[in-house]
Design a protein around this ligand. Structure first.
Ligand code: ADP
Ligand code: ADP
Length: 233
């Protein structure tokens, strides 16, 4: 059973007289353990696709099966529960809370899920070790480099052991060396069996991803000609 199955998924917005389709009848499967890269020009529908996968938004039409359960029409509170238990999200801008320590930031998703504080602390320390930041647990986000902040955010996305890690332009705000390190980290997660979906403009992602799809005008296609596409972005 796939982690995600999209069946005829559309998202439309009414703009005065006309209807704008951010996504137009998308069919897509994300299989367990796969590392999927999503490419596409600005305005093509990538964020809309990621927000629907991340249970932050719902489609206007179609089915979105996550672990076989259709989340396209569930209530907002049910959607939030699914998001917290099944999805880890990594943002371009890290989205760490500046007044909490690195350890506390990573503990937070577990506390939202009513896990015991001592368990949250132990698990947060484990995932921070996994991303190579054991020596930074007591630091504040403002004391870290961009690349380190993004690795904290990746640790946070892992802490509840989600079914899938979704990352939206995770290297967009990083220098070359940090971006490479972050991409390598996603590659390692994939090698350990994680399911990873990553939106990017970064051509180096081709070195780590295992399948690439292209979004254009709200439609999804498998990428046969990735190299020619990279020239466009
Ligand atoms: P990308 O992430 O590839 O840049 P988006 O998913 O953000 O693309 O947007 C896809 C299309 O949907 C764009 O044409 C955008 O203008 C439109 N769109 C996205 N959100 C809204 C909204 N809230 N209202 C109207 N149009 C929207
Ligand atoms: P928040 O209240 O910060 O959104 P959640 O309880 O939704 O926290 O966090 C659960 C998971 O979702 C974590 O892995 C976290 O990294 C990720 N996440 C963080 N911010 C958001 C967001 N705005 N929407 C959805 N997921 C988020």
């Amino acid at each position: 059973e796939p982690v995600f199955e999209f069946r005829g998924v559309s998202k439309s917005y009414q703009m005065g007289e006309s209807t704008v389709y951010a996504l137009n009848e998308v069919d897509l499967q994300v299989r367990e353990g796969e590392f999927l890269a999503i490419l596409g020009p600005s305005g093509s529908g990538k964020s809309t696709l990621m927000h629907i996968m991340g249970c932050m938004d719902q489609p206007s039409a179609g089915e979105v099966l996550l672990d076989g359960e259709d989340v396209a029409k569930v209530s907002a509170s049910k959607l939030a529960r699914v998001r917290r238990s099944k999805v880890g999200f990594v943002f371009q801008t890290f989205n760490l809370l500046p007044k909490l320590s690195v350890l506390e930031n990573v503990m937070l998703p577990m506390l939202y899920c009513h896990r015991k504080r001592a368990d949250a602390r132990k698990r947060a320390a484990e995932v921070l070790e996994m991303v190579g930041l054991s020596d930074r647990v007591g630091h504040m986000p403002g004391q870290l480099s961009g690349g380190q902040r993004q690795r904290v955010a990746i640790a946070r996305s892992l802490v509840n052991d989600p079914r899938v890690i979704l990352a939206d332009e995770p290297t967009g705000n990083l220098d070359t060396a940090s971006a490479r390190r972050v991409l390598e980290l996603f590659g390692e997660l994939h090698e350990r069996g994680r399911t990873v979906v990553l939106v990017t403009h970064d051509p180096r992602v081709a070195d780590v991803a295992h399948r690439t799809i292209v979004v254009e005008d709200g439609r999804v296609s498998e990428s046969g000609a990735l190299t020619s596409f990279v020239g466009m972005v």
